[in-house]
Design a protein around this ligand. Structure first.
Ligand SMILES: NC(=O)c1ccc[n+]([C@@H]2O[C@H](COP(=O)([O-])OP(=O)(O)OC[C@H]3O[C@@H](n4cnc5c(N)ncnc54)[C@H](O)[C@@H]3O)[C@@H](O)[C@H]2O)c1
Length: 255
């Protein structure tokens, strides 16, 4: 992939299943990585592998829900690395529950992490990119935001919001050299998915049912997501903005 060497990427949720693979894929292409995660320990473990690949990286313990904390971390990353060329909004969270059994407190938490968090990142990083006259943003949404998902209604709403928000800002900034695209994973084998599916016999049934429904007959692996993210962050994607791409083994097929 062209043009990732020495670029500086912020990756949120860098210590998680998909975040880890995104960091490693970008680092393999020569990008420097600012790892943002509320779980600094997991992010540090990923940073060790990134360092072994011979690129610079740094961990920022960040709760993406907090606008001021995000601002401080973005300024620190910019001062440490000199620029911010790529933003990957990957951090996310959910708790599976039928909507009628949920509480407003749970909605607030889901909305804060999955929608307000990405807004905070955009709000602090886009001015930097505007100053540079270039930048690439990739938002990790979900197929839940395209087709819905039982037990994930509020999360699905946030993920749909991320798609529409990204398209809107992509329109505003296309002439300024900034592109914003969205990647929608389908069911992908990470802690988040395991929490959603549940444990024991029930979890195994959910997993088997999904594997039957997915045309490629397997769950996604975090590695399956990282390639398209790296492509969208690269110069090979210079004429692509406002797009939404599902990576779901064919479970969802959009025109
Ligand atoms: N795994 C799936 O099946 C699936 C499907 C569709 C979309 N996604 C999306 O992919 C992204 C990555 O999820 P994953 O499956 O790797 O999950 P994961 O739980 O392995 O990783 C999520 C990461 O986000 C971090 N995080 C959570 N809240 C945070 C906060 N407030 N501030 C900073 N960091 C925070 C966690 O510490 C964790 O490292 C998420 O946006 C998720 O919604 C996942």
């Amino acid at each position: 992939m062209k043009g990732l060497q020495d670029k500086v990427a912020i990756v949120t949720g860098a210590g998680g299943g998909i975040g880890r693979q995104i960091c490693l894929r970008l680092a393999q292409a020569g990008a420097q990585i600012a790892l943002f995660d509320i779980d600094a320990e997991n992010a540090r473990a990923v940073a060790e592998h990134v360092t072994e690949l011979g690129v610079r990286c740094s961990v920022y313990p960040v709760d993406i829900v907090d606008h001021d904390v995000v601002g401080d971390a973005v300024r620190a990353a910019r001062s440490q690395f000199g620029s911010i060329d790529i933003l990957i909004n990957n951090a996310g969270w959910d708790l599976a529950e039928e909507f009628v059994k949920t509480t407003p407190e749970l909605w607030q938490k889901i909305i804060a992490i999955n929608y307000v968090g990405p807004l905070n990142l955009h709000h602090h990083v886009l001015p930097v990119m505007l100053g540079q006259g270039a930048g690439k943003v990739i938002n990790i949404s979900s197929d839940a935001g395209r087709v819905g998902s039982s037990g994930e209604s509020v999360y699905a709403g946030c993920k749909a919001a991320v798609i529409a928000f990204g398209k809107s800002v992509a329109r505003e900034l296309a002439k300024s050299g900034i592109s914003i695209n969205t990647v929608c994973p389908g069911p992908t084998d990470t802690n988040l998915f395991r929490d959603f599916a549940g444990e024991g016999e029930f979890g195994a049934k959910v997993r088997a049912g999904l594997e039957r429904a997915i045309p490629m007959r397997r769950l996604g692996q975090p590695e399956d997501i990282a390639g398209v993210v790296a492509f969208l962050a690269s110069e090979d994607a210079n004429y692509i903005t406002g797009q939404t791409i599902s990576v779901s083994g064919g479970l969802t097929m959009h025109g």
